[in-house]
Ligand binder design. Sequence first.
Ligand code: SF4
Length: 299
Amino acid sequence: MQEKENIQRLEELVTRFITLVSKRLPDDVSGKLSELQSRETNPMAQAIYQTMFDNIELALALDRPVCQDTGVLQFFLRAGTGFPYLGAMETVLRNAVRDATVQAPLRHNAVETFDEFNTGDNTGRRVPWVDWEVVPGDSGLSMDVYMAGGGCTLPGTAKVLMPSAGYEGIVDYVLDAIVSYGVNACPPLLVGVGIATSVDTAAVLSKKALMRKIGSRNPNAKAAKLEALLTDGINRLGIGPQGLSGDSSVMGVHVEHAARHPSAIGVAINVGCWAHRRGSIRFAKDLSYEILTHKGVAL
Ligand code: SF4
């Protein structure tokens, strides 16, 4: 009985957390937008940033999502083997997405592939998408919630480069993708780059790169240098906020990597928009929680 009540409580907390993430940008994103605005010299770009901050304030004041496109929900779990509700989590997340779709409300964004109908509740085959990492010996569960709209999903791309392409090939590939499609994603962008062997492994890493706190650096010094160089290079393109030109085009570039086959360089790109709605929360096994991305907020 107690377990059933606890699972219900967990479902309610996740519902409220999804709703929060849809309406309030995480602290690091708001902070970065503010920083970019303060050093922007282009008057048009300044006006766009001001519109973004008006949007952020109005979303809170009117209790509405910060962007109408609330995306397809993805969850990235780092699950302790001692967390008591592991077996219930997929159902908890699915029910929470359904409830948040009504409570927030969220736009209906899940269309069944081939059958071509909108499920109307943001769930469907393999949606919400759930990525699991198991943490041995931990009794808690950490979770990133992410909602990416269609526009910021569009620049996503992956390819396996010949090893002779080298790191220059990665830079070319990233810059080409951002030049071609970055403007679709409502800049300033957060660019996630995954480097591994195959397109699938690189793609997962590129999405996980978007879960990192803005301003964090890859612990590998060479990867961190690549992040800095790509940030500088994309900013120099002059895309600016909403693609209307400006001093900054990105909030950051994050690179995540894995060891790779010597004959292949898998590279993938995922992009977040200015309304980068991700939230990170950690549950203890007694269901007390800590929200890591939105300080001072209680569910
Ligand atoms: S790219 Fe982001 S801000 Fe632009 S419409 Fe899509 S979700 Fe909204």
